[in-house]
Design a protein around this ligand. Structure first.
Ligand code: PFF
Length: 506
């Protein structure tokens, strides 16, 4: 028996009850608000069907190889992201922490607020509370948006209540552990979400003028492909949508049994997630086409900005529905809540499992503590200035931090652990073999693509301040936030491991 197997046996780890439970949980993490609201908006903004070209290229070139890498390393190292990196080499443990800290205290803090808005909108749908002016309702009456990121104002009671509910639900699921909590919840969430989305698609495509919207979705404007920002959007969307670089897929794979078809699973998760986005796109564009027809305008004129797609354009379209508008609204927002919760749960799990591995804390204590801190931290995004914070933090995390962590993953795993070693390992534990070209992808191709992406992104960043925000706000939130996370990661990585020993030979 090899040293690894000895180590595994000595360190019993939670396990998925079934393989399908793992696949559903991983797809549950991947399929989120981003698939419905972000993906459709990006298609809308970037030349309709033309966006699908860089999107699919990004999926194949970066998405699937990185997904395979994360599943492989989590499975081999049998640990959360920090433990896995520490087992590669203690020097790199901070990378693992940076991923989960960024997931929990970057993404999840604002992601939970967007889920909370969706939850409020489920209730607003019953009475179509946004009335004749969804724009004024959302930004004015509901968010009471302040005049800038430095004016936070107060928090309204409905948002606070919904936010509490979101954190409570995440807490319950993660509290009960991998099998009884995360797996069980996703076995309910995912089939339910699929049914709801199919109902929405069926409903939307039959609306008058839906074809007009779907034509925009599927007719590519290839002239836009020469613009670098489309490629940047596509690659960062792939990271975000596949929940890559947050340490989630690493920890989810660490709960798999010894025999696992990791490469096949990576393809199933990645394709399942993208198919979901593509299908949801029909519902969104069908509805936009309907709205444009009723209002007698072009489809390109009905949405102004990304957040507006879900909370302004969609409510407006719902109000214009000929029949059962309220039901349509409830189904749409319930779908968003379910999609968001299954992703939120994975973000909390990634961080909690890291703390459990490192300090040997009880799961229940860690999860409770994490969710309380998370709730308190998310309050800032729920204030009147919260939308500005959300916009800035989201932009910088998804455009830079994720790409940098993805790059670090490739370099550390590709060159320090060695891609060949990980591929050999994956071949040993699965019934299929990973093509050798994967080594090249991980060691050279993906890093080169990510560096090109970063450089181009930085060029746009320096050309003009993002969305015209004050530079001080961009530096404070966009650079300061991830930097604090990085410093915290380095400090934590210096502390000794209490429970799991990362120090075994690889
Ligand atoms: N993949 C989710 C989405 O597309 O909405 C978002 C997400 C989940 C991002 C989990 C990050 C994450 F770790």
């Amino acid at each position: 028996m090899s040293e690894h197997e000895l180590s595994y046996d000595h360190q019993p780890r939670a396990q998925w009850k079934s393989h399908i439970g793992f696949i559903l949980a991983a797809i549950g993490s991947a399929v989120g608000l981003g698939n419905i609201w972000r993906f459709s908006y990006l298609c809308y903004k970037n030349g309709g069907g033309a966006f699908l070209v860089p999107y699919i290229i990004a999926l194949v070139v970066v998405g699937i190889p990185l997904m395979t890498l994360e599943l492989g390393v989590g499975h081999k190292m049998r640990g959360s992201s920090p433990l896995s990196f520490a087992r590669i080499n203690r020097k790199w443990e901070w990378c693992g922490w940076w991923a989960v800290i960024c997931a929990m205290f970057g993404i999840m803090l604002y992601y939970s607020v967007v889920i909370a808005w969706c939850l409020n909108y489920v209730f607003f749908s019953f009475s179509l509370a946004w009335g004749e002016d969804p724009n004024g309702f959302f930004f004015g009456e509901y968010l009471k948006l302040s005049d800038g990121p430095f004016n936070l104002g107060s928090i309204s009671i409905p948002i606070l209540g919904a936010l509490l509910a979101v954190w409570f639900l995440c807490w319950v699921v993660v509290y009960y552990g991998v099998e009884k909590g995360v797996e069980r919840a996703n076995k309910i969430f995912m089939p339910l979400l699929l049914v709801l989305i199919l109902v929405l698609v069926g409903w939307s495509v039959n609306l008058e003028g839906a074809a007009k919207g779907i034509a925009v979705y599927l007719t590519p404007d290839f002239s836009l492909l020469s613009q670098p920002h489309i490629w940047i959007d596509a690659f960062s969307q792939i990271f975000f949508t596949l929940s890559l670089a947050f340490g989630i897929m690493i920890v989810y794979a660490s709960y798999l049994p010894r025999k696992a078809n990791l490469a096949k699973d990576a393809v199933i998760i990645a394709i399942g997630n993208s198919l979901f986005s593509l299908v949801a796109g029909f519902a969104v564009f069908g509805t936009l086409g309907y709205m444009a027809t009723i209002k007698g305008v072009e489809v390109s004129e009905v949405v102004k900005e990304s957040i507006g797609l879900a909370f302004v354009a969609y409510p407006q379209a719902i109000s214009l529905m000929p029949n059962f508008a309220e039901v349509f609204g409830v189904i749409f927002f319930v779908s968003l809540v379910i999609a968001g919760l299954s992703s939120g749960v994975s973000l909390v799990e990634a961080f909690s499992s890291a703390m459990i591995d490192k300090y040997g804390f009880q799961r229940k204590t860690v999860v409770t503590f994490t969710c309380v801190i998370g709730f308190l931290g998310s309050l800032v995004f729920a204030t009147q200035g919260g939308l500005f914070w959300l916009d800035i933090v989201d932009h910088f995390i998804t455009h830079y931090e994720l790409v940098i962590i993805g790059l670090l993953e490739c370099l550390v795993i590709g060159w320090v652990l060695k891609a060949e070693v990980l591929r050999q390992y994956m071949d040993d534990v699965s019934s299929t073999n990973l093509p050798k070209i994967w080594d090249f992808c991980v060691k050279i191709m993906v890093p080169v693509v990510l560096v090109v992406l970063l450089v181009n992104d930085l060029k746009t960043e320096f050309a003009e301040p993002y969305e015209g925000y004050p530079v001080s706000a961009l530096v404070f939130l966009g650079v300061g936030w991830p930097l604090v996370g990085l410093i915290a990661s380095i400090i934590i990585s210096k502390a000794p491991w209490v429970r799991e020993s990362p120090d075994y030979e690889i």
